[in-house]
Design a protein around this ligand. Structure first.
Ligand code: SF4
Length: 243
């Protein structure tokens, strides 16, 4: 048996963590490569064309080097999505919108009492008291795309929230919220998708910065510093550091 010093074990700990993160990063990059080149629904849920513009321009080089916290969070979320619940599990949806492809993968479609319910699963730190607005936006984009691409009209949309905690404490770990959907709602969301994609395309073609859409999300936005500078030439230090 080799007797190890404290320094040896510290060194071992950091090598194990590094190896783990490297493997997760490799896996994540291969998943991202499979995602394909299209405007993804999740980019548009905060309804900010400027954020999508940044993703299409300066983020391209920075994305594979995402921070460790973000890496682990995305890894957990992706792994927890793996269990199929319905026949539509992880069903891809891509529509031609204006000059671009726009889409993503819906999570599940349940059939309950003859009604179709489109559901997105969210793994969260706490269970909200109601469906979050940006989650509603996202699921409505999918509902609109589903009708557009496959002619399937759902009767309702919903979010299933899960709190993936291993604590033994007795606590609420899941809750589903459902809202009914009309054809008019779907018309409204298809128009919204066309407007947003058209706006981003125009700014990409003109090489101009889209207007801000300021919301509660801005303080979490990766591009906040670049955005505050209000100049398309400015790249924040945090983005530059990741290049
Ligand atoms: S900080 Fe806000 S306004 Fe600026 S790009 Fe991000 S989401 Fe849009």
């Amino acid at each position: 048996m080799i007797i190890m010093t404290l320094d040896d074990t510290f060194d071992m700990e950091s090598k194990i963590e590094k190896e783990f993160l490297n493997r997760v990063r490799d896996w994540m990059e291969s998943e991202n490569a499979k995602r394909g080149k299209y405007f993804h629904v999740s980019s548009f849920v905060y309804q900010c064309a400027r954020k999508v513009w940044y993703e299409q321009t300066i983020e391209k080089e920075a994305v594979p080097k995402i921070d460790e916290d973000g890496l682990i969070r995305t890894w957990i979320g992706t792994k927890l999505h793996e269990t199929p619940i319905t026949d539509y599990h992880e069903h891809p949806l891509i529509a031609k919108i204006s000059e671009s492809d726009f889409g993503g993968r819906l999570d599940e479609i349940y059939e309950i009492d003859g009604k179709k319910v489109l559901i997105d699963k969210k793994f969260v730190g706490y269970i909200p008291n109601t469906m979050n607005d940006h989650h509603y936006e996202q699921i409505m984009y999918y509902a609109a795309l589903l009708r557009e691409t496959e002619g399937i009209v759902v009767d309702a949309v919903g979010i299933s929230y899960f709190k993936p905690s291993v604590s033994y404490r007795s606590e609420k770990r899941y809750k589903t919220y459902v809202r009914s959907v009309s054809e008019e709602d779907l018309d409204e969301y298809i128009k919204k998708i066309h407007d947003m994609v058209g706006e981003v395309e125009k700014h990409l073609a003109d090489n101009t910065l889209p207007d801000k859409t300021v919301s509660w999300y801005c303080k979490y936005c990766f591009f906040k510093q670049s955005c505050d500078a209000d100049s398309k030439e400015f790249v924040s230090k945090e983005v530059e550091d990741l290049r």
